[in-house]
Write a new protein. Structure first.
Length: 76
């Protein structure tokens, strides 16, 4: 395996963990396990190896805010 692929896998895993941690701590932004994992992994891939978990948590929070605001508008 190349170092680039290994780094990408680490970023995806760190992001997924960060996304699930964010969903567990911020219940109002929780997307469910699968949603948190996907949003977190996408954030982790973009956030780099060191900040993958943090980036995953941030992206999960942002997606949760967008989802909540869209749900609020649909209820009106």
């Amino acid at each position: 395996m190349s170092a680039t692929l290994i780094n990408l896998i680490i970023q995806l895993i760190a992001g997924a963990l960060g996304g699930n941690a964010a969903g567990a701590t911020m219940k109002n932004l929780d997307l469910g396990t699968l949603g948190n994992t996907i949003a977190g992994a996408l954030g982790g891939a973009g956030g780099g190896t060191v900040g993958g978990g943090v980036a995953g948590a941030i992206v999960t929070g942002i997606v949760g805010l967008i989802k909540n605001s869209m749900a609020g508008q649909a209820a009106r």
